[in-house]
Design a protein around this ligand. Structure first.
Ligand SMILES: Cc1cc2nc3c(=O)[nH]c(=O)nc-3n(C[C@H](O)[C@H](O)[C@H](O)COP(=O)(O)OP(=O)(O)OC[C@H]3O[C@@H](n4cnc5c(N)ncnc54)[C@H](O)[C@@H]3O)c2cc1C
Length: 412
């Protein structure tokens, strides 16, 4: 593979951008493909705020100079490490600034196929180009894995959509909209719909909507900090463990990892969202959607309670705020030969990876939400990009054959 690039990165979200910054600094020859910050630009509603705190919303760069705080300072935007929700448009602009400063040569094209070739890989791009690479890192986030539960999945998208289908919720003004779900995305979509003039009803399976507490004061007395440490994903010792030790998490028994990766830290709404939901519109809890059918221009849902009660609900539209479920078997751009060689964590569609994020196919790495059942819930958050990017960069820079003179001189 004499004409091969050392590393191809597939993806340009927080994980891909972070890894790109580290590898370039280390002098590794890289080509990177994807649409920068696409999930955040095209699959989230205008007016949204991040749930993660400011300090936990940094992309990772080798010098630690390109933090969200540095960006906000440079552009005159308000910023606080704790307690000031980060607006979506600020985070998108931050990602674009990070890209322009540290990874300007990303190629804004999608990968349509990845195949094993001559001990490495051959990637096909949507512009018909073929690229050879010795190693491939897949950092494709969640956009391919929107999950719509059983009865809703059979409805046409004229009456039922996943929350990721909407950036402008004002199109639902004056319409009856049911939002299904109890996590941050469902709760915030419902609040934004209501504030944009829609007639909203929230339906949740849980008996009670859970809300996160307000962030703890970082200056609180040492004993309190010891009792309940604050970390990237929130407060408490379990959360501290998930936030800071993906490398320990991977040694837990498989069933524990799978369960924790899915259930830790959710579903719950951010503390600042609570007053925008409670008392603002009807919230029906303890009810599952058991049937759904299109009815004229609208939709009719059958709901069942855990006590055996049933009821019907009619609306113009249903929005499924029901999250994402990784299933690498659905990634058609990973050719059949690659998909069939990928070992997955039993009970999930997520790839098994080693401590260096390498999959069962030598030279193929996966980082981000797709490896949460191995590395833990931190992979579902921007905060996990630090561990993933630094670990993979160390591994790949060490084995890189074509390294820049600057990197070699610097002893990297
Ligand atoms: C509504 C919502 C709110 C969220 N809020 C927060 C929050 O407040 N804080 C937090 O930490 N996390 C939040 N998350 C989680 C968030 O998804 C992850 O933290 C983060 O986006 C993961 O980054 P990533 O780089 O893995 O993937 P993504 O950001 O999803 O980026 C994926 C990249 O892959 C590229 N790609 C996909 N397919 C291809 C292909 N075939 N070829 C080339 N490129 C491809 C895309 O173009 C994109 O560049 C939220 C998620 C959602 C859905």
């Amino acid at each position: 593979m004499s004409d091969a690039v050392e590393v191809a990165i597939v993806g340009a979200g927080p994980y891909g951008l972070s890894l790109g910054a580290h590898l370039r600094k280390a002098g590794v020859s890289v080509r990177q493909f994807g649409l920068p910050m696409q999930l955040w630009r095209a699959f989230m509603p205008e007016g949204m705020f991040l749930k993660s705190q400011g300090f936990a919303s940094n992309l990772s760069d080798p010098d630690g100079t390109h933090t969200l705080e540095a960006f906000c300072q440079a552009t005159g935007r308000p910023y606080a490490s704790y307690g000031l929700p980060v607006p979506l448009d600020t985070f998108v602009a931050y990602g674009q600034w990070f890209r322009a400063e540290l990874v300007p040569d990303i190629e804004e094209v999608l990968v349509t196929d990845v195949a094993r070739r001559d001990g490495g890989f051959e990637l096909s791009l949507a512009n018909s180009e073929q690229v050879r690479a010795r190693k491939v890192v897949v950092a494709i986030g969640v956009e391919h894995f929107a999950y719509v539960p059983g009865p809703l999945s059979a409805l046409p998208d004229t009456v039922c959509t996943h929350a990721s289908a909407h950036t402008d919720l004002s199109v639902f003004r004056d319409r009856d909209v049911v939002v299904v779900g109890a996590g941050q995305s469902a709760l915030e979509s419902a609040a934004l719909l209501h504030e944009n003039g829609a007639k909203v009803t929230l339906v949740a399976r849980k008996d009670k909507i859970r809300w996160n507490g307000v962030p703890l004061n970082p200056e609180r007395p040492p004993l309190q900090r010891l009792r309940e440490p604050e970390s990237g994903l929130g407060s408490g010792w379990a959360t501290w463990f998930y936030s800071n030790h993906p490398d320990w998490f991977r040694h837990l028994p498989r069933s524990t990892r799978v369960y924790r990766a899915r259930t830790a830290l959710g579903p719950a709404g951010a503390s600042w969202l609570r007053t925008r939901v409670e008392g603002q519109f009807p919230t029906l809890t303890g009810l599952s959607v058991t049937s759904a059918k299109a009815d004229g221009d609208g939709v009719r849902l059958g709901l069942a309670g855990s006590d055996g009660s049933t009821r019907e609900l009619a609306a113009d539209h249903v929005i499924a705020g029901t999250g994402y479920r990784t299933d690498l078997a659905r990634l058609s751009f990973l050719g059949t030969q690659v998909r069939s060689g990928l070992k997955t964590v039993a009970g999930t569609g997520s790839s098994v990876v080693g401590r260096d994020y390498q999959t069962s196919i030598p030279g193929l790495y996966v980082i981000g939400p797709a490896v949460a059942p191995t590395m833990g819930p931190v992979m579902r958050f921007v905060f996990g990009s630090e561990h993933a990017a630094t670990t993979v960069a160390r591994q790949l820079a060490g084995s890189a054959v074509s390294r820049s003179p600057a990197a070699v001189t610097a002893g990297r």
